[in-house]
Design a protein. Structure first.
Length: 155
């Protein structure tokens, strides 16, 4: 057995991680339910073409990323009882509430020209924004969230 010497200094322990972000309240644009579109069906790997989804569009402020316009799609078969009237804050909170374990989150970041509706919600003239497209999967590989976020921060 190899033993590595340690210095005589006491080890510092890191305090537990806490969120340091401060965020303004969400501004809901819309929240509706309906049958998944073909794109939603593909992104969420839905088996049934008639699967119902919850669509949330909102604007929020983030200290790190600035103004965010988020478009979120959740398959309602994974969240039984969730309705268009429920508040959707974070997929991790929802997963915990419905007994789902998040295993993997894939995110793709690109620079794009802001779509017209996004420009209006961001309050900017047409121009480039950061687009983040995210798929959140459970421990059994089932996608439970497709989120597209457009971010713009004044420099």
């Amino acid at each position: 057995m190899t033993v590595f010497p340690t210095s005589g200094y006491p080890r510092k322990r890191r305090p537990p991680r806490t969120s340091v972000r401060t965020e303004a309240p969400l501004r809901l644009i819309s929240q509706t339910t309906g049958t998944a579109t073909l794109i939603e069906w593909a992104k969420l790997a839905l088996g049934d073409a008639n699967t119902q989804v919850l669509r949330v569009a909102r604007v929020r402020q983030d200290t790190a990323f600035g103004t965010l316009v988020e478009q979120i799609v959740l398959p309602l078969d994974k969240f039984p009882g969730l309705t268009h009237g429920d508040t959707v804050t974070d997929v991790a909170d929802l997963a915990e509430r419905f007994g789902l374990q998040i295993e993997r989150v894939s995110e793709r970041i690109t620079l794009v020209e802001a779509p017209g509706d996004v420009v209006g919600h961001l309050g900017i003239a047409a121009g480039g924004v950061v687009k983040l497209e995210r798929i959140t999967e459970t421990s059994d590989g089932q996608p439970i969230e497709w989120r597209v976020t457009y971010a713009w921060k004044e420099v």
